[in-house]
Design a protein around this ligand. Structure first.
Ligand SMILES: Cc1cc2nc3c(=O)[nH]c(=O)nc-3n(C[C@H](O)[C@H](O)[C@H](O)COP(=O)(O)OP(=O)(O)OC[C@H]3O[C@@H](n4cnc5c(N)ncnc54)[C@H](O)[C@@H]3O)c2cc1C
Length: 381
């Protein structure tokens, strides 16, 4: 599979932006667990944010493939900064697919213009992988929903202007897949509180928060999609966003591989360059092969998605393998740096810490394997 000329240009521009704008500040953001949001605004101005949003809603008329390519390039340069910038549209995929025309016109254009940040609150302190067990309640009272509950590990929780909230709408419904709805809640509503989670292992430039909703009132028109169909909407949503996570793993792996190659070409041991040893060459070969395989998986999955043929099994394969490749390659690359890899001055130490999240969020690797198996077992061969 070959990229179009436009896609090659987008990839190159994203790489140049990342190297020029945040490469040198990545260590500082990681140490302080903060990010400079003017960089998000700048990335919006350059057209890197929300490329999957359609032109009529302020987007650039590109696809999920292009968004994934940008994600790969940003993560290749720095995972934490890549996440801090590109996660700012997390949830827009759901609004675009299931929102009303009015909701799309109101909530999508500000994300592209860099005037708003959003997120999606699904996980709770007692329920992550098992989303049907989430308990945050949305009770309908007249023309309002009243929301009560807590959400955990929510990206952009402290900085978002609006968040989608996965709420239980009908606790008596027998089918656990028909109990939830997705509701958009602006973060300036009374009863909402966000507390920053500090001390993350990786992607520390990205904001993560614990949220509480205490009698938060929102108009019923803030319902996104169909009442009671939140679970099905969420599965559709993950078909889009898991691709981006696959690209995160590939970008991180590619960046780690490049650091490793450059290091073994400079470091000497036993009177030779490290790169002269066949044992080292085999490690590099294996790292590079895995990166190519993971990239091919997400490219094909993204290509099919943009053609309107999403393949859940393929997307989950790309997400699982992209995450595993990120962790594997970052680990091997650190090993090749020897003791220096263990020291904060070296970027590989940060990449190694950043890698693990790709195997956890938006469906852990175990959840991805469950999706793959479920899809395959349904098929007739
Ligand atoms: C930095 C960060 C950012 C995040 N951002 C968001 C966000 O923006 N929005 C959001 O809603 N959530 C977010 N999350 C939450 C994330 O999606 C969850 O942590 C993840 O889905 C796993 O859920 P859990 O932590 O409750 O683990 P659990 O579901 O408790 O799982 C624990 C372990 O058991 C495994 N496991 C669970 N069930 C099974 C099974 N049936 N078979 C085999 N293994 C199983 C899991 O794979 C995992 O390894 C974020 C998390 C982090 C750390």
């Amino acid at each position: 599979m070959e990229l179009t000329v436009e896609q090659v240009d987008i990839k190159k521009a994203a790489r140049e932006f990342a190297e020029g704008e945040f490469k040198d500040r990545a260590k500082e953001f990681d140490e302080k667990e903060e990010f400079d949001l003017s960089l998000h605004k700048k990335a919006c101005e350059h057209g890197f944010v929300g490329t999957f949003i359609k032109e009529e809603y302020g987007g650039h008329g590109l696809g999920f493939f292009e968004h994934s390519l940008i994600t790969e390039e940003f993560w290749r340069v720095d995972p934490g900064c890549g996440q801090a910038i590109l996660s700012c549209t997390f949830g827009a995929e759901m609004i675009q697919t299931f929102g009303t025309e009015e909701q799309k016109k109101k909530y999508l254009p500000p994300l592209i213009a860099g005037e708003a940040i959003m997120g999606f609150a699904i996980t709770e302190p007692d329920a992550g992988s098992d989303v049907t067990s989430t308990k945050t309640r949305a009770e309908k009272r007249g023309d309002k929903f009243v929301i009560n509950g807590n959400k955990m590990f929510i990206t952009n929780g402290c900085i978002a202007h609006y968040l989608l909230v996965f709420c239980m709408i009908d606790k008596d419904e027998k089918d656990p897949h028909r109990r939830h709805s997705v509701i958009l809640v602006e973060t300036d509503r009374s009863g909402f509180e966000a507390v920053k989670l500090s001390g993350k292992m990786g992607i520390r430039a990205s904001n993560t928060a614990e949220l509480s909703y205490n009698n938060v009132e929102v108009p019923v028109k803030n319902l996104i999609g169909r009442e009671g169909y939140g679970f099905y909407q969420l599965m559709d949503f993950f078909n889009r966003t898991r691709l981006h996570v696959a690209a995160q793993g590939v970008g991180l792996a590619q960046g780690s591989l490049e650091m490793a190659i450059s290091y073994v070409k400079k470091r000497r041991a036993f009177g030779q360059m490290l790169s002269d040893f066949q044992g080292i060459q085999f490690i590099i070969a294996e790292m590079a092969t895995r990166v190519e395989a993971a990239r091919s998986l997400y490219w094909r999955a993204a290509y099919l998605l943009d053609k309107g043929k999403p393949d859940s099994a393929l997307i989950s394969m790309a997400k699982w393998y992209g995450g595993e490749t990120g962790v594997y390659v970052a680990n091997e690359a650190l090993q090749l740096h020897g003791g220096y890899g263990f020291i904060r001055d070296y970027d590989i130490e940060r990449f190694y810490r950043d890698a693990k999240i790709v195997e956890i969020y938006e469906g852990s690797k175990e959840v991805e394997k469950a999706v793959i198996a479920r899809e395959l077992l349904k098929r007739v061969f």
